[in-house]
Design a protein around this ligand. Sequence first.
Ligand code: F3S
Ligand code: F3S
Length: 148
Amino acid sequence: MPIDPNFPKNHKVEEKFKDPLSESYHLVWGPGHLAEAASDPKVVADYKAAGEEIKPMGVHGTYVAVDWDSCVADGICLVICPVKVFEWYKNPGETGRNDRKDFTDKASPVHEAHCIWCMACIEVCPTKAIKVDQANQEIHEKEFANLS
Ligand code: F3S
Ligand code: F3S
């Protein structure tokens, strides 16, 4: 199922997620739910190879938001973004389509604040895992302040 367009209403902030290479944070919204990633053959195979169980991960980011339970590590969002908002979660700093660690990896909206609202990423994601909404910036600021 695609990302829930009303995730800020239907989910709660669970944590602040710090990018390992910079001082930037994004919010994580949960609870997650098993979705496309749990039935995608490449994702399932790589979890199995790693000896890990697929668990719900929730929505990462608020005004550039990626549902990590729907993200199947396709990588097209990383290369189409004109301002490099996304990096691979398990391969920090890398933005090439095939720079994912493996198919257990996820698109992390590390540079959410750089978004110029072109909407290219939401069009190309094969599982419609991304929602971009400038109006959610205010929600991000408020929730972030609550956590600080
Ligand atoms: Fe997506 Fe364009 Fe922003 S690719 S992250 S809407 S700059
Ligand atoms: Fe994931 Fe969709 Fe990007 S599957 S890597 S959010 S294009």
